[in-house]
Design a protein around this ligand. Structure first.
Ligand code: ADP
Length: 962
């Protein structure tokens, strides 16, 4: 038999991959559209791509609302670790797992199994088959509750405790209000009334007083008592109320209660109705059903047992009280009865009997009594006395005995006899004093009490067996609901979960910096309170739980009360507050709903936002500055996307803020300068600032503007560059001025050049002639004049070049020439005119370059003349050239004043001069290095300097070899 079974199972599992897998999606839909089960198909990421009508009904959504949604947004995984959800995500199959459908008010439970199907490409698709088990779940829940209630009730020992516990178990979890009535002499006596709203309890009592149940009628409680059957109205309609209640005032009152659903249960004891239990729901979303009815039935039985149990306990307690009282009376009596008193000598022989002895025994005369005293002790008690008395006499220790003494009429009465030694200073006994007190009545009552106690013990045993019965009932209940054990465990887990989430809540609250989180219930009592600004907001570390907000600070409560009431209506809102001391708080009011969807608690989250507010204020100020700036201030991302655009930017470029935000900065860069941006970005990404970078940008209407850019990186507190801020200054006007100035300089220089050339020629001729003259002054003067004219020519050439450069009229005419030769020529000439420094030319082999000889010559002259200008007398100036790869590098090294590092980067800028006391007296315009750099750049070479202050500088330039 086992083989075919295994086969059939195997076939079934094979069917998964060969059966439905060959169905197309539409075929699949057709098959499952009419399935009585909920069918849902999801992809591996949980996205729903199919749901049949049954499943849609479970979700309480329309098809278009479900398709494309994630399954995990619609279900709550019942497994505490979300294991099922994880399995589904891994495309593993699940069997009979419980899920809670989220969207359903009140919750709907479904039992889900899944099958995973891989298509031809191996893509996994999970089919979930679900069955509604909400009814079963509810039943399980209620019966587990019943079980707990039974266990709790079995422990109660008195009626009021039991009633208190019962009411807490029922309201508000099961019913809005409920009553227990005892049936006594055909009258209903209200034993307990509980309402979920404490404010309505008084009202409910009043209602019951004004409208007592009429047991002669044929409806409601009267009918239940008559028939012994429960009264059950799942949905109470207005029409019903109108029909059943004739008194218009009462009708109004009933409508006020909001009577939605009613169960009236008879309570039995030995088949006799002993009372009624009324379960009432006033909530529009809570209607009792058959499961509730069954629960109410069982619960009422429990109440019956519990009350009987409690009653028995109460009676026992009464007995104990009675006995206590008689003990007190006993003591009183003991005191009231006059003692029989006697004395004896140290040997124990009697020396005296008081009158009570004679009266009691009827013997007259001391000796006669002393002779017969033993006869008066009951024979059964004599032996004890015969041992105890001599022993006491011997030891001198006091003694006490209960014994029966015979009265003159032969009746033995119980006495308490005490025998005490009186001693002298030496500690010797001189006298024994004895008293015998008639305790007969008490002794007998005591014995009767003992008998009664035995009876009571028997009654107790009965009680215990009663308890055992209750326990048995519990067991039955437990047995009848075997699966409930599991549910209980789940419940415990849920509770553990709750405790965990409570802890979690606390640690979350503590971990939100500068926060206070308070949870209150609907009566405005604290449920929990936690947060690091507790103390700051006037809370100490006392336990607030369960306390009413008004008890902590009535003033504060009254001020905020409307807010608490508002949040309890289910509205979620936030308010911002500023304290007198200038702190800002954001308070969020969040209503929290219970399983029934009612708001029963609310969370109040207070956040100290002072820092944020201050930052906001600061940034508002900054924004005002940015807006009023004359320069365009633009911020952009590292990808050059514009994120802010101020008013000046709009004025300068003509684009509005909305046109530019989200656009890239390239929109402003002219086509021939687009490669500037990556270079700028590269510098900024290294954290450098770009300052006063002069370039051209384009306006909306296509005009080119001269601009100076200053760009700085924007960093987050951790120092990461998150964006760039850019200040754009429109320098078009300045540029026009400069151009005008350049034109002027160019024109003047040009005009000056012609007369200077003739002047130079005349001086040279005169110099030749006058060299041979006797007039030594004239001979030297022409030499000096020649030198000055040369200097002037150099300067004028400089100005001319600069104006050419600015207007783009400088041209490089390249021809191959020998660089070493040029260097030697320049050096020979310099040696002629400069006698203050020594020059040295090193390592210059035959080097040919293809370059503009005149312009390179002016670069070398310029570097040498700077070395002379910025060095003290008698120093060495070292000139060398070296071939490196495809380039030759010429270096001019001096031992002069040097250049500070901060100046080194700028000396090649136009008109830049280092201003120090050392350089002030040295003439110059700051154009030599600028021109040199421009010339070298145009040759495809490089120019740079190294320097150490007071030690000297070395200037290098490189040129490509020919
Ligand atoms: P200037 O006409 O002022 O010399 P340059 O453009 O030739 O103009 O030089 C710019 C500035 O660089 C000078 O003003 C000077 O401060 C500095 N400088 C140039 N060469 C040297 C050097 N060899 N030693 C020290 N400072 C120098």
């Amino acid at each position: 038999m086992s083989i075919p079974e295994r086969r059939s199972r195997k076939n079934y599992s094979e069917g998964e991959s060969s059966g439905p897998c060959h169905l197309t999606h539409d075929e699949f839909k057709k098959v499952h559209d009419h399935s009585p089960m909920g069918v849902v198909a999801v992809a591996a990421d949980g996205i729903i791509n199919y749901a049949n009508t049954v499943a849609l009904a479970y979700f309480n959504f329309k098809e278009n609302e479900v398709l494309g949604e994630s399954l995990f947004n619609l279900y709550e995984d019942a497994s505490p670790v979300k294991a099922n959800e994880a399995k589904l995500r891994r495309s593993e199959e699940i069997i009979d797992q419980e899920f809670l459908v989220k969207a359903q008010p009140g919750g709907r439970w479904v039992l889900v199994s899944s099958r995973v199907h891989h298509d031809a490409e191996g893509v996994a698709q999970t089919y979930l088959f679900s069955r509604d088990i909400s009814g079963v779940k509810k039943r399980e829940g209620l019966f587990s509750y019943l079980n707990q209630a039974a266990a709790a009730l079995a422990k109660t020992r008195d009626t009021s405790g039991a009633l208190e516990l019962i009411s807490r178990l029922i309201v508000p979890k099961f019913a809005s209000w409920f009553t227990i009535d005892r049936l006594k002499d055909n009258r209903l006596e209200l034993l307990l009334l509980k309402h979920e709203d404490p404010a309505r309890i008084e009202w409910a009592y009043q209602y019951r007083k004004n409208y007592p149940h009429d047991l002669n009628s044929n409806i409601g409680p009267a009918l239940v008592i008559k028939t012994g059957k429960p009264g059950f109205v799942p949905v109470v309609t207005t029409e019903m109320v109108d029909l059943m209640i004739t008194d218009p005032v009462q009708r109004e009152e009933v409508k006020k209660i909001g009577l939605r659903s009613v169960i009236i249960m008879p309570m039995f004891n030995d088949d006799k109705i002993t009372g009624l239990v009324n379960f009432i729901s006033s909530r529009s979303d809570r209607h009792f059903d058959e499961t509730d009815l069954e629960f109410a039935q069982n619960f009422t039985n429990l109440i019956g047992i519990a009350l009987e149990n409690a009653r028995l306990n109460d009676e026992t307690a009464n007995e104990i009280i009675l006995r206590k009282r008689s003990e007190e009376q006993f003591r009183f009596l003991t005191d009231a009865i006059p003692h029989k008193m006697w004395t004896s000598g140290p040997d124990g022989r009697a020396t005296y009997y008081n009158q009570q002895w004679y009266d009691y025994t009827g013997i007259n005369g001391f000796d006669a009594l002393r002779e017969k005293i033993w006869d008066f002790i009951h024979p059964d008690d004599r032996a004890v006395a015969a041992v105890e008395w001599p022993a006491a006499v011997k030891s001198g220790m006091p003694m006490e005995l209960e014994q029966r003494l015979m009265r003159h009429d032969g009746v033995h009465r119980w006495h308490l006899s005490r025998f005490t030694a009186h001693k002298n200073d030496a500690g010797e006994t001189i006298l024994w004093v004895g008293t015998s007190t008639d305790i007969h009545e008490q002794k007998v009552t005591g014995m009767e009490m003992a008998a009664l106690n035995e009876e009571l013990a028997a009654a107790n045993e009965e009680l215990i067996s009663m308890n055992e019965e209750v326990a048995a009932t519990n067991e039955e209940l437990a047995a009848a609901n075997e699966e409930l054990a599991a549910t209980n465990e789940e419940l415990i887990e849920t509770q553990a979960g709750l405790q965990r989430s409570e802890k979690l809540f606390r640690s979350i609250a503590l971990n939100i910096p500068k926060s206070l989180i308070i949870v209150i219930d609907k009566y405005h009592r604290y449920v929990t309170i936690e947060g690091d600004i507790m103390e700051k907001l006037g809370y100490d570390r006392t336990n607030y739980e369960g306390k009413h907000l008004a008890d902590i600070s009535r003033e504060r409560y009254e001020a905020s009360r409307p807010l608490y009431e508002r949040v309890m209506t289910g509205e979620r809102f936030s308010i911002e507050e500023k304290t007198e001391s200038g702190e800002y708080y954001m308070v969020h009011f969040v209503p929290l709903k219970n399983e029934q969807g009612d708001v029963d608690t609310a969370m109040i989250i207070t956040l100290d936002i002072t820092d944020i507010k201050h930052a906001e204020e600061r940034s508002a100020k900054l924004a005002a500055i940015v807006e009023s700036s004359d320069d365009a201030i633009i911020s952009k991302t590292l990808e050059s996307v514009i994120t802010s655009w101020n008013a000046a930017a709009e004025r300068i470029f003509g684009y509005t803020e909305s046109e530019m935000i989200g656009e890239t900065i390239y929109k402003l860069i002219p086509p021939d300068r687009q490669d500037e941006e990556p270079l700028i970005l590269a510098r900024l990404k290294k954290g450098e600032r770009v300052e006063h970078f002069e370039t051209k940008r384009m306006t909306k209407d296509g005009r080119l503007l001269d601009v100076s850019l200053t760009i700085s990186p924007i960093k987050d507190p951790q120092g990461h560059i998150i964006g760039l801020s850019k200040i754009v200054r429109d320098i078009t006007e300045r540029k026009t001025d400069e151009a005008r100035k350049n034109d002027f300089i160019g024109m003047v220089s040009h005009e000056l050049k012609t007369p200077l050339t003739s002047l130079s020629a005349i001086i040279q001729m005169a110099d030749v002639k006058l060299k041979r003259s006797d007039d030594r002054f004239l001979a030297g003067a022409m030499e000096k004049a020649n030198r000055q004219v040369k200097r002037m020519t150099g300067m004028i050439n400089g100005f001319l070049n600069i104006s050419r450069l600015e207007t783009g009229k400088i041209f490089i005419e390249k021809h191959p020439f020998e660089l070493d030769r040029l260097l030697r020529e320049i050096l020979a000439e310099t040696r002629l005119t400069v006698s203050t420094q020594t020059f040295r030319l090193e390592e210059c082999a035959n080097i040919t370059v293809n370059a503009d000889r005149d312009k390179i010559s002016s670069v070398i002259s310029n570097l040498i003349s700077n070395a002379v200008k910025y060095s003290p007398k008698g120093k060495l100036i070292d000139i060398r050239c070296q071939v490196q790869k495809e380039m030759v590098v010429v270096s001019v090294k001096d031992e002069g004043i040097g250049i500070k590092p901060q100046d080194l980067g700028q000396i090649f800028d136009r008109y830049y001069r280092v201003e120090t006391s050392d350089t002030r007296h040295i003439s110059g315009f700051g154009i030599g290095l600028y021109l040199s750099a421009e010339i070298i750049k145009r040759h495809g070479g490089n120019i740079w300097a190294e320097s150490e202050i007071d030690k000297g500088s070395t200037f290098h330039f490189s040129l490509p070899l020919a």
